[in-house]
Design a protein around this ligand. Sequence first.
Ligand SMILES: NC(=O)c1ccc[n+]([C@@H]2O[C@H](COP(=O)([O-])OP(=O)(O)OC[C@H]3O[C@@H](n4cnc5c(N)ncnc54)[C@H](OP(=O)(O)O)[C@@H]3O)[C@@H](O)[C@H]2O)c1
Length: 324
Amino acid sequence: MSHLIRFERTGGPEVLQWVEADVSPPAAGEAQVRHHAVGLNYIDTYHRSGLYPLPLPSGLGQEAAGVVEAVGEGVTGLQPGDRVAYAGGPLGAYAELRNIAALHLVKLPDSLSFEQGAAMMLQGLTAQYLLRRTYRVQPGDTILIHAAAGGVGLIVCQWAKALGATVIGTVSSDEKAELARRHGCDHAIVSTREKVSERVRALTGGVGVNVVYDSIGKDTFLDSLACLRPLGMMVSFGNASGPVDAFDLGLLARMGSLFLTRPTLFTYTARREDLLAMAEELFGVVASGQVRITINQRYPLQDAATAHRELEARRTTGSTVLIP
Ligand SMILES: NC(=O)c1ccc[n+]([C@@H]2O[C@H](COP(=O)([O-])OP(=O)(O)OC[C@H]3O[C@@H](n4cnc5c(N)ncnc54)[C@H](OP(=O)(O)O)[C@@H]3O)[C@@H](O)[C@H]2O)c1
């Protein structure tokens, strides 16, 4: 018998249940993975709350690292004992043991711990596509990243800095501002007491930034547009404050022929060759020391509800792992 987190109805963290489950042998194309660490991501709260609807009952979580215990028919290139990590596939990473299609798995380099693997796959691959594909950051660019002291935020700050950008970040407290600065953020704006677009204009001599990476959504969308220079790129990639309201498309023209995209990681990693190339680049910037994976919270997997409460109350910084 092993254990996993399941929920039968959507709602607050209290809907998460720790239950026993039998795990069948892996089917064709699957691997059975013993999780050593599970990643906590903001998207898990959207699934739990019902913002992103799902058939119920459901498992939760899309990121973990562990060891392959068995492989199903037709699986090549993986064997029992291999260290692996993943971000994606069907929900169910909040589990001690699970089966998952082998095509989602990436071999974890020996230099990375299971905790690092679980903390960096989803947030790090997101930073990879945001900075390298959605808007390809160039030396000399100025970027704005919201929630700069969060999981995605700390990785984006460091990576963008290494790419030669000037990094402006938003945070909700002085402590988080200090943390963001220690991770490459040149200017940390405390959004609870400063109007972000005004400060961005001041910092850029009135010009605005090349790109805004906005994961806050509802509360920040319009002000983020006001931070951009003409032909700038608005990347709306999350809804921590709720989904963005409908708006007049003509605004994009009036504010300087702006570009707007609403991307999700799983489009960028849908092709196996893209997943592998993105992971290779991510592992490379971590191995070189350009990006550190900062794990500031650890909870027993069984206490996932506590982790969700802390994340939603904005009390976490950097990445968080759940330990089976
Ligand atoms: N589209 C994609 O492919 C993709 C992939 C991964 C993550 N994301 C998104 O990226 C964002 C960051 O994810 P993460 O896992 O790294 O989380 P996180 O940034 O560690 O945590 C969320 C942060 O958002 C900020 N925030 C602002 N308004 C908030 C509000 N009303 N409620 C709660 N938090 C608020 C808080 O930072 P402050 O207190 O400093 O404001 C909080 O710490 C999430 O929105 C997530 O959905 C999107």
